[in-house]
Design a protein around this ligand. Structure first.
Ligand code: FAD
Length: 489
């Protein structure tokens, strides 16, 4: 008999395991993947966490080696509770569950400090979230904290910490169903290395991810066309945790037709590749433009900072003819392109004239594309200065599809084009929980002995998502779920 069984071995699950172990003796983690593919989507991340911080002092509490020289060169700014709450409300179009969102925001910094106490090392996201202005790095967009070693470093750190605490981890252990009756949940039926077993426990935490890797559910819930999206991360998140809980009487909650989806290399494999991680993503579109197969622009590439648009633009790309688009850049912005543009596995075209570039865009009306770029160039408000660190208001005038910020003419060779399609990150719909991370039944009561955290919880993210909230969400509610499961055991 275990005190607590945790289903999954990603960030939410391992945080739950560590928190449960603070009060419970026997904690078991069930991971569907073999060890070399374990860690879920969390392992594919850059390890960026969106947290509240009130200046450099909070960063010093989290980051071990912030020297006075580094501090002098850095403007961390602040990211207050009010800003985080405001971002969540605005991006989810005011649908995010207010109680869960308040917990997410208020517990973000304490949970990051707790992670540090569990041996997780942090740094600041110098490479991704800061630009150097007048000799100082200036952070923007509220996304400053990064786990050392990215997602792999985070998962490795949590796994080592769990092992040190005597937490058992079974790999190739796929949870199939919950052992439940009128008194609540009493364990899990699991297929471990091909053998089905019933394992009893006093409490269960579900942290098995969303249903994005389940082609049939994607099409069923997100809608027609979603079977054509690529899965950015793990192939193991097929909605098992959600289905197990629904079968035991849990309520469904949240944005079941919504998901987090981004611009992703057009020829990437169908599911994630740990050797490439998140580098198939192509997030520098605010510095260029998108062109579809008909040679047309179709979205405001500069509507907001990348952090606040990237997670909803995957859907927009999926809706284009042939489910793909090109990102076009010129030589003036080449230095702003993120590292992910430099990998080998890109579908890239390069030319010294725009006409030549457009003629190389396969499956695309090159003539229409050239005309569209010329029309765009004429519409750019070159009287407004370009500044990548702020929403600079350098937009276009008179276009049916405007570009609101960072509009530069595309006129300086070499010209580059990158082909992207839609990469789905995770589904937004899932289980209903309360602020104690207890799973709520369809009758509105908590199901005794059942907790949930991470991607498989619904009601927090709708339509869109502020970058870096997924890991914070998993850590905050994983910790709460584990703490409460441990105490109830
Ligand atoms: C490429 C990429 C980059 C990302 N970058 C970031 C980022 O920088 N910052 C950020 O905050 N978020 C990022 N995200 C989102 C983030 O990964 C997720 O929001 C977060 O990791 C989800 O954590 P989780 O623990 O809920 O799920 P996961 O980490 O996916 O863990 C789910 C676990 O459940 C296991 N599992 C599934 N079914 C079963 C079963 N039946 N039995 C047992 N185990 C099962 C899986 O194998 C896996 O271990 C990114 C995602 C991707 C794909």
């Amino acid at each position: 008999m275990y005190d607590v069984i945790i289903v999954g071995a990603g960030n939410a699950a391992l945080c739950a395991a560590l928190a449960a172990r603070e009060s419970a003796q026997k904690v078991l983690v069930l991971e569907r993947a073999p060890e070399d593919e374990s860690g879920g989507n969390s392992r594919y991340t850059a390890g960026l966490l969106r947290i509240v911080y009130n200046g450099a002092e909070d960063m010093q509490r989290l980051i071990a080696d912030l020297s006075p020289e580094i501090l002098a060169q850095t403007d961390f700014g602040t990211y207050t509770e009010a800003q985080f709450l405001d971002d969540m409300a605005r991006l989810t179009e005011y649908r995010c569950d207010p109680d869960l969102t308040e917990v997410l925001v208020k517990q973000s910094l304490p949970t990051a400090l707790w992670l540090r106490s569990k041996g997780i090392r942090f740094t600041a996201a110098w490479g991704r979230q800061a630009f150097k202005v007048e000799g100082r790095f200036k952070f923007w967009g509220g996304l400053t904290l990064e786990a050392v070693g990215g997602g792999p470093g985070l998962v490795e750190g949590l796994t080592q910490s769990a092992r040190k605490q005597g937490i058992e981890i079974w790999y190739q252990a796929r949870a199939l169903s919950l052992i439940a009756d009128d008194d609540g949940v009493h364990g899990v039926v699991v297929k471990h290395k091909g053998r089905t077993e019933r394992i009893a426990s006093k409490a269960v935490v579900l942290a098995a991810g969303g249903f994005q890797a389940n082609t049939e559910w994607r099409t069923r819930y997100l809608g027609p066309g979603w079977e054509l999206a690529k899965v950015r991360g793990t192939r193991f998140n097929t909605g098992d945790g959600i289905r197990m809980a629904l079968d035991a009487g849990a309520a469904a909650s949240g944005n079941w037709s919504g998901c987090h989806a981004v611009a992703w290399e057009r020829n990437a494999p169908e599911t994630g590749d740990l050797a490439v991680g998140d580098q198939f993503q192509k997030h520098s579109y605010p510095w260029g433009i998108y062109i579809n197969a008909q040679g047309k622009r179709f979205v405001d590439e500069g509507a907001d900072f990348r952090n606040y648009t990237y997670a909803k633009y995957g859907r927009v790309i999926l809706q284009q003819p042939g489910q793909f688009a090109w990102q076009i850049f010129d030589g003036k912005v080449a230095h702003l392109l993120r590292d992910e543009y430099k990998i080998r596995q890109v579908t890239k075209r390069k030319a010294n004239t725009l006409a030549e570039l457009c003629s190389q865009l396969e499956d695309t009306d090159g003539k229409a594309a050239l005309a569209e770029i010329e029309t765009y160039n004429r519409a750019v408000r070159t009287d407004v200065p370009f500044n990548p660190n702020v929403k600079d208001g350098r937009g276009t005038a008179g276009l049916a599809v405007p570009k609101s910020n960072w509009a530069n003419t595309i006129d300086t060779p070499p010209f580059e084009a990158y082909a992207v399609t839609c990469g789905i990150t995770f589904s937004f719909g899932g289980l209903k929980i309360n602020t104690d991370a207890q799973v709520i039944s369809s009758d509105g009561e908590p199901i005794r002995g059942l907790y949930a955290a991470g991607e498989l919880v619904g009601g927090i993210f709708w339509f869109n998502y502020p970058g870096g909230s997924g890991l914070t969400n998993g850590a905050v509610f994983g910790r709460i779920a584990g703490t409460n499961a441990g105490k109830s055991a």
